[in-house]
Design a protein around this ligand. Structure first.
Ligand code: NAD
Length: 279
């Protein structure tokens, strides 16, 4: 059975050229939603739109800039007259680096796309609801990295923690207006985000989660469609983990299925670099 309240609605999906955004665009389209597929890569955004079963357009825009955000909103309004759903999903990982080596320009770039982008998107969504006198729903893509720390993806991890704060604040603002704002925290889903080499590592690490496998873009897309639907009408401010249970494991208890790494091995290089003896 299809989710309730999706037919004939209009959704903006950012980062829709591939990965999770493309899968969400397809799922919403299959549910009868008209889709505005937005991506930095205009050609691929148009390809996504052309592949969808419902009415759809593809727009090239940089979500990290005010100009880019205004551009995709105004294109969506001129095509469909309103926007009901915003899936603010575009993101970049930054590179794997020790904390002491994180360059400021990379920090700024990751924050611009992953945190300023969703802020601009949420602000634009509320401004548009105000102008058109409508309500709707917003889903922002956070990450399992927004719930826990790791030692090599500092900017990404920090940006995703920030996204969760944005979801909470926007949900409190939107509640009285009838606008629900939720976040998703995907676990490991092999997509182009970490490149080919990274994908093999992702699949290996996903094997330590309770479900012992990575997720699929379609599994993420189904949850986004649910959160937009009337079946989720009493859910706002929620961060839905879609991670095979990875975030609820006790990483200090081997019998919990986690902690399967050897800290002597994982820490050796770091301790050597800081000239700290492990004995
Ligand atoms: P992806 O690289 O396939 O998709 C990200 C898309 O965002 C790309 O198409 C890219 O062109 C677009 N993009 C990047 N910068 C942009 C900008 N400035 N303006 C507009 N578009 C831009 O990766 P994905 O795995 O589908 O990631 C989608 C979201 O899911 C990201 O926010 C990511 O952090 C998050 N996420 C992914 C995973 C995973 O395991 N794949 C896990 C947790 C969270």
């Amino acid at each position: 059975m299809a989710y309730k309240g999706l037919q004939e609605k209009v959704a903006v999906v950012t980062g829709a050229a591939g990965g999770l955004g493309r899968a969400t665009a397809l799922r919403l389209s299959e549910e009868g939603v008209k889709v505005v597929a937005v991506d930095l890569d205009a050609g691929k955004a148009e390809e996504t739109a052309a592949s969808l079963p419902s009415e759809a357009i593809g727009i090239g825009a940089d979500v990290s800039s005010e100009q880019g955000t205004e551009h995709y909103i105004s294109e969506a309004i001129s095509a469909f007259g309103k926007i009901d759903f915003h899936h603010l999903n575009a993101g970049i990982p930054g590179s794997l680096a020790d904390l002491v080596d994180v360059p400021v320009d990379e920090w700024d770039k990751v924050m611009a796309v992953n945190l300023r982008g969703p802020f601009l998107g949420v602000r634009a969504a509320f401004r548009q609801y105000l102008q058109t006198g409508t309500t709707g729903s917003i889903v922002i893509t956070a990450s399992i990295a927004g719930l826990r720390g790791s030692n090599d993806l500092l900017a990404y991890t920090t940006s995703k923690h920030g996204v969760i704060g944005l979801v909470h604040g926007a949900a409190v603002y939107g509640g009285p207006l009838g606008v629900r704002v939720n976040g998703i925290a995907p676990g490991i889903v092999p997509t182009p985000i970490f490149g080919e080499a990274g994908q093999a590592d992702m699949i290996r690490r996903a094997g330590t989660s309770p479900l012992r496998r990575p997720g699929t873009p379609e599994e993420i897309a189904g949850s986004v469609a649910f959160l937009f639907s009337e079946d989720a009408s009493y859910i706002t401010g929620e961060i839905l983990s879609i991670d095979g249970g990875a975030s609820i494991q006790n990483t200090n208890r081997n019998s919990g299925g986690a902690g399967l790494w050897n800290v002597d091995v994982t820490d050796r290089a770091l301790l050597a670099r800081h000239r700290v003896s492990s004995n």
